[in-house]
Design a protein around this ligand. Structure first.
Ligand SMILES: Cc1ncc(COP(=O)(O)O)c(C=O)c1O
Length: 405
């Protein structure tokens, strides 16, 4: 064993002995309302497949047809020989769907955030970020090596304005190349652990007042909020007023990949300069063809999004009737607040025994003492499915003394 790696192996030994090693359950069915997990049929209440598109028949067929015609891989980065016309079509379709000038595809939502931040700002600029932003935003800021970063209290516009005032003073000093420092405000659109919305109109107003650039990560908003799932910018009718919209294609769109949307010049800048775009092969043919079909379905079927919201309202009301605390979500994300990590993990394990797959969310995904089961409804759940889930939560919750009704 190499001495320098001993500490790494020790971490694994410690996690094992404290029984906190993450265990990855194995799924052997297609994604849907019900899954086969570790060889057991269970109700799926923990995927981000909001609209049930991950295994949709038309999407499967689009992938198969594309594979038959064009194969699987794209052979090289897009700047060389890997720029499929399907990539170009998908970027156009997404731009139309989101009502923006241009879109750039990335290989994941995580990578989209890395690119959006790291390519735009460097150590001489200023970033202001919500304290509950997604891990990929935190890592993106680190990667940018920005020296001046402010974290503002979650969704607190007064806190944000205080940071903007400090940033404005610092901005008086020019960068070493003589240009103005960029002040970049970053927020999630829908916060993934609580399901609450960013106060985007207030953020945009402050950004205008202080000359800051705005970026929103709409991973849990696309396909979910706004008209027909057009996202957080559409929800607040802020078209053209948010500089950078980041999205994922792995959740409501049901496949894989990410995107950055904005004005034509900004997107061209990313396409020219982003390192993870220039030096990494683009999305595969089946992924891209599947996504083209997803966008088509979403553009033409607002009922999918309506079903999702109806199911979410039904489930939230059901949990509340049972006496569970579902936090302050404004979206289909339904956190069943538990607090203690061990209790959340035990609840999840007991639910699994009863045929319900609902994973616990614990530190570092949420602060210590705020463990929860994040229940995720999908438009593909039937009322019978949801009733099954609620009944099992009721049985296990009572057995564990978490609820009395
Ligand atoms: C808010 C947010 N941003 C970005 C991502 C990353 O998306 P992807 O899974 O496509 O990499 C996630 C996924 O968990 C997310 O919840």
């Amino acid at each position: 064993m190499k001495d320098s790696l001993k500490k790494i192996y020790q971490i694994i030994d410690d996690l094992s002995s404290s029984n906190t090693l993450k265990k990855y359950r194995v799924v052997s069915s297609s994604q849907g309302s019900w899954l086969i997990v570790d060889d057991k049929k269970v109700l799926n209440l923990c995927s981000n497949n909001y609209l049930g598109l991950a295994a949709d028949d038309k999407i499967r067929q689009a992938s198969i047809d594309a594979i038959n015609k064009y194969g699987v891989g794209t052979g090289a980065v897009r700047a060389l020989s890997g720029n499929s016309f399907l990539h170009e079509e998908l970027e156009k379709a997404l731009a139309k769907f989101k009502n923006v000038e241009a879109v750039m595809l990335t290989n994941s939502g995580f990578v989209a955030n890395l690119i959006a931040v790291q390519t735009l700002v460097d150590k001489e600029d200023i970033v202001i970020s919500d304290e509950l932003n997604h891990a990929s935003i935190i890592d993106a800021i680190k990667l940018s090596q920005v020296q001046t970063k402010f974290i503002y209290p979650h969704n607190d516009l007064r806190g944000l304005e205080e940071k903007l005032q400090e940033a404005k003073v610092l901005q008086k000093e020019k960068r070493s190349d003589g240009t103005d420092k960029i002040i970049l405000i970053i927020t999630d659109g829908v916060f993934s652990m609580d399901g609450d919305l960013a106060p985007l109109p207030g953020i945009v107003k402050l950004a205008k007042k202080y000359g800051a650039v705005t970026m929103v990560d709409d991973a849990h908003g696309e396909g979910v909020v706004g008209k027909g799932g057009r996202g957080i910018v559409d929800h607040y009718n802020l078209h053209g007023q948010v500089d950078i919209e980041v999205g994922t294609l792995s959740k409501a769109f049901g496949v894989l990949g990410g995107c950055i949307a904005g004005n034509r010049k900004l997107i061209e800048f990313y396409k020219q300069k982003a390192r993870p775009f220039s030096f990494s092969t683009g999305l595969s043919i089946p992924d891209t063809a599947a996504l083209l079909e997803s966008v088509k379905i979403l553009s033409n079927s607002p009922s999918l999004v309506e079903n999702l919201w109806e199911n979410a309202a039904y489930l939230k009301a059901g949990f509340q009737k049972l006496g569970f605390d579902t936090g302050h979500s404004e979206t289909p994300i339904t956190p069943v607040m538990i607090g203690d990590e061990i209790i959340a993990k035990t609840l999840s394990a007991n639910l699994f025994e009863e045929g319900v797959f609902a994973t616990p969310i614990v530190f570092p995904m949420v602060p210590k003492g705020k463990a929860r089961i994040r229940v995720m409804p999908s438009s593909s759940h039937t009322k019978k499915d949801l009733n099954f889930g609620l009944e099992k939560f009721s049985i296990v919750g009572k057995k564990m003394g978490l609820i009395s009704r």
